[in-house]
Design a protein around this ligand. Sequence first.
Ligand code: M6R
Length: 366
Amino acid sequence: EKGGYEHFMLKEIHEQPKAIIDTYRGRMLADQGIIKMAGVDDHLEKFLNADRIIIVACGTSWHAGLVAEYLFEDIARIPVEVEYASEFRYRNPIITDKDIVIAISQSGETADTLAAIKLAKSKGAFVFGVCNVVGSSIARETHAGAYTHAGPEIGVASTKAFTTQITVLSLIALKLGKAKGKISNSLFHSHLQTLQLIPKKIEELLAIDDQVKHIASVYKNATNCLYLGRGFNFPVALEGALKLKEISYIHAEGYPAAEMKHGPIALIDENMPIIVIATSKGHYEKVVSNIQEIKSRSGKIIAIVTQGDTTVKEIADHTIEIPETEEAFTPLLTTIPLQLLSYHIAVFLGRNVDQPRNLAKSVTVE
Ligand code: M6R
């Protein structure tokens, strides 16, 4: 059932190219320049007239929501707020019938997310679900939605659910950007072509597993790790840190790279591994200067860079290259080595990778 892999998590990491293709299937017709999504098409007026989109989710799904904030605002120019479902529901939030609430949940059973949806509905908002499990409570409770079609995710650490959530949300952002006239036809077409190449690029990345495993062997005894990213890759830094904590039990934090000097820089010494996402178009120069600041304080740097990078390579202790793509879609690639890094560290430490202590696959109590 693990398809020859030692753990479900590793199997699910490797399933991502196929899972993303399944997410596109029947929806993205790249050569014709069409995105078909019944859940959006049937309610297009609502989406086009919405004052803002509020995304509610927990954990990894919340991180996918943060990536979506960057995508929706950049591509479709719709204001977005991303909320932890647990905070949103108890805050007496301001919701109107001009709001669209998007609930993101792999399991479709997360108690806080379900309660947040019910609250939003009671205030008149239109609620759209992005779920993986077909027929789940959240899928049933929402007015419309789009399934991620990632297939069953068994490992408690979410992997393919995250990348397929980002895929669905990218399609929605592009669809709305086009319908609202916020993105040119040529950019729309080129984005579809770019998205279509992502699964192949993930395949390429999965082939560097041995390199990531080597890096994991070097840092497996670390007690703390910092993950830094900017822009589209800030949420990936959060996700990388969550993945490491939950399966290896090593304390990790994700931060927007520029926030480092507002506190976390005090933690840096020769024992601190810092994973920095430094893709070529993502505020590259600014991230490079963050990397220099880390180096001058003797921190150990593992950098995720774009193929062909030379500057970061000279400073970092390790570099992992990702294939070139549009900056907006880099989270689909930069996430992969971070998943593998956590996986290998957890295996080296003898952790129960698929069922980490104290955690459940779906959190059905608040
Ligand atoms: O099923 P959901 O997407 O609603 O679950 C939300 C979180 O419980 C989940 O993403 C959790 O953070 C994962 N274990 C992270 O890997």
